[in-house]
Design a protein around this ligand. Structure first.
Ligand code: PMP
Ligand code: GLU
Length: 398
């Protein structure tokens, strides 16, 4: 028997990826699966990005690059952050990695020593606590509630901050809730952390996917005095429909970025050379394909959220951002389907996949049992088909 590292004992594989893989495997076998599992755009990658990647391949751009990204891409990221986010960085403050997930992983590897704490608002994206644990850190969970549109409560945050707090993770628009932090919420978070020497990790991966007025803003925008201890994380997966191409980046304090670069130097080296060229084309090229995708998500969001709310035992207000409906299915929990008790969201998700070929991610690994996450990054026809299956299931629950 091979004895594995102790740090693996407290982590678990990504449940979102696992369910997505299970749904894809069933579909590959010919099953008529409707999957709301993946946080993955169904749109194709924009043509100009694909052309740039093909061009780079044909011209032999297939060798190692600088670990942290090619200068051209770093410059394009610096320009994007300045023009769109009103944030100023030098190229040494930017590190390009193999997806935003990798950027986050590098942050915790570079930042944490055993026992250091990271504050995470729940419901949270499934990977945050495990990434912290894999870096020997301790996730400290602060709950938020649907009644408050998932906005963190500053007094709860204050209670959770300790001398061991090394970072607070902010994710707006949020996966899984779709919640968007208002300026007031961001200002209240800023006020709460001001007296504490901790890093702010702003995971902005869904910044483009907003369905409310006011535009995108993060903590460094509303509290410029905290910009020097904020690391912004973003990537190409969602905005440019490039999930499988794996490219993300972080921009933040020089010392942190240098530490992350060292971790990356000794693990993956550079992100894929040709994909970096595609990302340059994405950032510098026409942004219309993005706007078209967002327009379509906005329509689907209404079909999905309103359709869910019509189903007995399901409640789901329209989310303000991202492409997830985080539906309250609490009324179904504890009830029975056939001869089985629906003990929680894991059981519910299992029954839906097994009996109705419907994949929805259980809320439990997001820290919110009693909820199911439905991604609407899929066509309206599929959304309607999936909703019909859920309604049929709900009609059989007693
Ligand atoms: N942050 C959040 C909140 C996410 O939902 C995801 C998953 N798409 C990521 C980061 C990582 O994205 P990627 O690694 O594909 O860039
Ligand atoms: N972040 C996406 C999701 O939540 C992709 C899966 C993953 O990286 O865990 O579905």
């Amino acid at each position: 028997m091979i004895k594995l590292a102790n740090r693996l004992k407290s982590a678990r594989p990504s449940p979102t990826l696992a369910l997505n893989a299970k749904a894809k495997a069933l579909a590959a076998k010919g099953a008529d699966v409707v999957s709301f599992a993946a946080g993955e755009p169904d749109f194709d990658t924009p043509t100009n990005i694909k052309d740039a990647i093909k061009g780079a391949l044909d011209s032999g751009f297939t060798k190692y690059t600088a670990t942290g990204g090619i200068p051209e891409l770093k410059a394009a990221i610096v320009d994007k952050l300045k023009a769109e986010n009103k944030l100023e960085y030098s190229p040494e403050q930017v590190l390009v990695s193999v997806g935003a997930k990798h950027s986050l992983y590098n942050i915790f590897q570079a930042l944490l020593s055993p026992g250091d704490e990271v504050i995470i608002f729940s419901p949270y994206w499934v990977s945050y606590p495990d990434m912290v644990r894999l870096a020997d850190g301790e996730p400290v969970i602060v709950e938020t509630s649907a009644h408050n549109n998932w906005a963190p409560d500053p007094s709860q945050l204050r209670k959770a901050l300790t001398p061991r707090t090394r970072a607070v993770i902010l994710n707006s628009p949020s996966n899984p809730t779709g919640g968007v932090y208002s300026k007031e919420t961001l200002l209240a978070i800023a006020e709460a952390v001001r007296g504490h020497d901790c890093l702010l990790v702003s995971d902005d991966i869904y910044e483009r996917l907003l369905y409310v007025d006011g535009g995108f803003q993060n903590i460094a925008n509303v509290a410029p005095d905290l910009a020097s201890r904020t690391v912004v994380v973003n990537g190409f997966s969602k905005a440019y429909a490039m999930t499988g191409l794996r490219l993300g980046y972080a921009a933040g304090p020089k010392e942190l970025i240098a530490g992350m670069q060292m971790v990356q130097d000794q693990s993956t080296s550079n992100p894929t050379s040709v994909v970096q060229k595609g990302a340059v084309a994405g950032l510098k090229g026409p942004q219309e394909p993005l706007f078209a995708m967002v327009k379509e998500y906005a329509k689907r969001r209404i079909v999905m959220a309103d359709g869910l709310s019509k189903i007995a035992g399901v409640k789901c207000p329209r989310p303000d951002g991202a492409f997830y409906c985080f539906a309250d299915v609490g009324e179904l929990i504890g009830k029975s389907y056939k001869d089985q008790t629906i003990t929680g969201s894991l059981k519910l998700s299992e029954l839906l996949l097994e009996d109705f070929l419907l994949a929805a991610v259980p809320g439990e690994p997001f820290g919110a049992d009693g909820y199911l996450r439905f991604s609407f990054a899929t066509s309206q026809a599929i959304i309607e088909k999936g909703l019909a299956r859920l309604a049929e299931f709900a009609s059989k629950v007693s």
